[in-house]
Design a protein around this ligand. Structure first.
Ligand SMILES: Cc1cc2nc3c(=O)[nH]c(=O)nc-3n(C[C@H](O)[C@H](O)[C@H](O)COP(=O)(O)O)c2cc1C
Length: 155
């Protein structure tokens, strides 16, 4: 708990990692704040996923996934994608990236990626992903996660 509290003092953005589940043909996803840029050339990003995630194997098996950078009004979207089970995309509007991954309406930007490497690290896996397509999307303020709650960027 102390470890979590200390790390919570590092403010992050929040992303939604989304794909079309190859088994159901329906969009699915999870929320993550462990997203970061890794390399410019080649374009690589990373995020960490808990071994307990039931959604990550579906995202990985999809081949391509989208990292959606969430905006401040998307707090509910974040909570919905962070909830285990059920229809993750219930009530969400989305379109497809060039490779067919879900781009959520209202996201600030999206990056369509494929998994380059996975490294087991404790109770998580560090995913390094190659970026194939990317674009800005909605203009607005970012969703900020800090000390276990949500806030806004006051720039
Ligand atoms: C703000 C926020 C950030 C999160 N960041 C991560 C993360 O970086 N890695 C992770 O594995 N889960 C993270 N989660 C939890 C997942 O979104 C989700 O709850 C978890 O994957 C369980 O759902 P699943 O079984 O559908 O995968 C985060 C949740 C929230 C609300």
């Amino acid at each position: 708990m102390r470890f979590r509290n200390i790390l919570g003092r590092f403010a992050t953005g929040v992303v939604a990692i989304t794909a079309i589940d190859p088994e159901t043909g329906r969009p699915t996803g999870l929320a993550a704040n462990s997203f970061t840029s890794v390399s410019l050339d080649p374009a690589l990003i990373s995020f960490c996923v808990a071994h307990t995630s039931s959604t990550w194997p579906r995202l990985r098996d999809a081949g391509r996934h989208c990292v959606n950078i969430l905006s401040e009004p998307q707090r509910e979207v974040c909570l919905q994608l962070a909830t285990k089970g059920g229809d993750k995309f219930a009530g969400l509007e989305w379109t497809k990236s060039p490779g067919g991954s879900p781009v959520i309406d209202g996201a600030l930007a999206w990056l369509e990626c494929s998994v380059e490497a996975e490294y087991v690290a404790g109770d998580h896996v560090i995913v390094v992903a190659q970026v194939h397509h990317l674009d800005k999307h909605h203009d607005g303020d970012p969703l900020v996660f800090y000390k276990g709650s949500y806030g806004r960027f006051d720039g």
